[in-house]
Write a protein that binds this ligand. Structure first.
Ligand SMILES: [Cu+2]
Length: 190
């Protein structure tokens, strides 16, 4: 019986990995302050939507179930083993990878660090939403924190820590499905 791991292994060819790597190479996240007005976030959301959508098209043709989202506050499902990976329970290693309240319709007390918004429907454009999800990784700035998107990737580690290899790890696809569902919720508020 084939599993999700087999489907990803078959689908994530060098061509697919290169497509993802080249996109990230040509669309560099800009610095925090510049990012506030940048269109990067829109491109980030639309590229990844198309990228995972093509995988679903492939799956549909083979009569396989479509991608389901993975919530980073839950352990990586047991049916998705993959090496190399630093942890199968990234949330216990780094609780800040949970979906921030500013990415929910209900909202909360914490503000996103680019615009200061407290809930999903405060984002005025998809560009703002994408920028807030994936602003520049600030490893090099004292006290700075990686964007939510980058933090999930780096906490899982291994293949997930580089855009050249991330799509090899089956959790990549479910993680990006989760991000895409947030984008969908912003596009069509309930
Ligand atoms: Cu990516």
């Amino acid at each position: 019986m084939s599993t999700e791991v087999d489907w990803v292994a078959e689908y994530a060819t060098k061509k697919i990995l290169d497509e993802h790597f080249n996109w990230h190479k040509t669309n560099m996240r800009s610095m925090n302050s510049i990012n506030q007005a940048s269109n990067y976030g829109l491109k980030f959301l639309t590229f990844h939507r198309k990228f995972i959508g093509k995988f679903d098209t492939w799956r549909k043709k083979k009569n396989l179930p479509l991608l389901v989202p993975w919530d980073p506050s839950t352990p990586i499902p047991n049916d998705l083993p993959h090496a190399p990976r630093d942890t199968n329970n990234p949330y216990s290693a780094e609780p800040r990878i949970a979906r921030p309240s500013w990415l929910t319709t209900r909202g909360g007390f914490i503000r996103d660090s680019l615009y200061g918004y407290k809930m999903l429907n405060q984002f005025r454009t998809a560009a703002e939403l994408g920028n807030a999800i994936d602003y520049m990784h600030y490893a090099m700035i004292p006290g700075g924190m990686a964007s939510w998107h980058a933090l999930v990737h780096s906490t899982i580690g291994g293949d997930m820590s580089s855009p050249a290899t991330a799509p090899k790890n089956p959790i990549f696809w479910r993680w990006h499905k989760f991000v895409d569902n947030i984008y969908a919720a912003w596009l069509a508020p309930p």
